[in-house]
Design a protein around this ligand. Structure first.
Ligand SMILES: [Zn+2]
Ligand SMILES: [Zn+2]
Length: 272
């Protein structure tokens, strides 16, 4: 719970990666300092899915998962059954808010040419729409080795175009939900801020792919279209979040379990 607002991860699929292969330039010694971020076998967990935010009478999905596809060796497909376990059917979703339009964040929006969430209004930042739907009509080059994943945002969003809106400024978007531009990973990447009473959570989308990137500014980026801007955005977010008490999630956080960034004795740590 974030005050009166309920926040849940909705897993679509999970996998794990070799950490030193994932972060180029990282060494086993560097990972030894972050052993608590790896699983028992020393692998880096990586989750696909979405977050569900229940605020007032709204049920808001932040992103729509990977869908019936395999990307980077991770198979999606479980999101709707996990949504049902949280007590909701696809028709109960009132809003889908996209952190950005990469394939693994828009996968369930359209299934067999129909909207999966027939009652939802869909939204993303205007710069994201411009990049993926207008300028490039896009071949999403970020994720290599995809199976059964149309690497084209238009394919995933074609059935929801009439229910799509864009926003172009920071601030309140839905009750208890603000948006904040976080460009770099993609031009219109957006951070979602959930607040109720004195409590606050931030969903960082793909501004961060692994908790280690919030702890040490020098770790290499993954998959960012503008790596320099992405790093600046990420480091500003990390500084803002450190010891703020804010609950932090991002789209691929292991098992979609949010954490916090705390620091002591000059060192940041990720705590659940
Ligand atoms: Zn992405
Ligand atoms: Zn992603």
């Amino acid at each position: 719970m974030v005050g009166d607002i309920r926040l849940d991860g909705v897993v679509d699929g999970e996998g794990r990666f070799q950490p030193t292969k994932t972060f180029r330039g990282s060494t086993p010694e560097m990972w030894e300092q972050h052993r608590d971020l790896l699983d028992a076998d020393g692998m880096l967990p990586f989750t696909m899915g979405a977050f569900l935010v229940r605020t007032g009478d709204r049920a808001v999905l932040v992103d729509s998962g990977l869908g019936d596809a395999t990307v980077m060796g991770i198979a999606g497909g479980r999101m709707l059954e996990n949504l049902a376990k949280l007590g909701l059917g696809a028709g109960d979703i009132t809003d889908v808010l996209y952190t950005h339009l990469h394939t693994d964040h828009i996968g369930w929006s359209t299934v067999d040419g129909s909207p999966t969430f027939p009652n939802a209004t869909h939204r993303c930042h205007a710069n994201e729409w411009q990049h993926f739907m207008v300028d490039t009509k896009d071949v999403d080059e970020v994720y290599a080795g995809s199976v059964n994943a149309p690497r084209n945002a238009f394919h995933h969003l074609n059935a929801v175009l009439e229910r799509f809106e864009t926003f172009d400024s920071d601030g309140p978007l839905l009750p208890g939900i603000d948006v904040q531009a976080a460009p770099g990973h993609t031009p219109g990447s957006t951070v979602v801020i959930i607040s109720s009473g004195t409590e606050r959570a931030m969903l960082l989308g793909d501004a961060v792919h692994c908790p280690v990137q919030l702890l040490d500014a020098e770790w290499a980026a993954l998959f960012d279209l503008d790596p320099v801007l992405a790093r600046r955005t990420r480091n500003a977010l990390a500084a803002e979040l450190e010891n703020s008490g804010t609950t932090v999630g991002f789209s691929h956080v292991p098992h979609l379990t949010p954490g916090r960034v705390i620091s002591a004795e000059g060192r940041r740590r990720w705590v659940l």
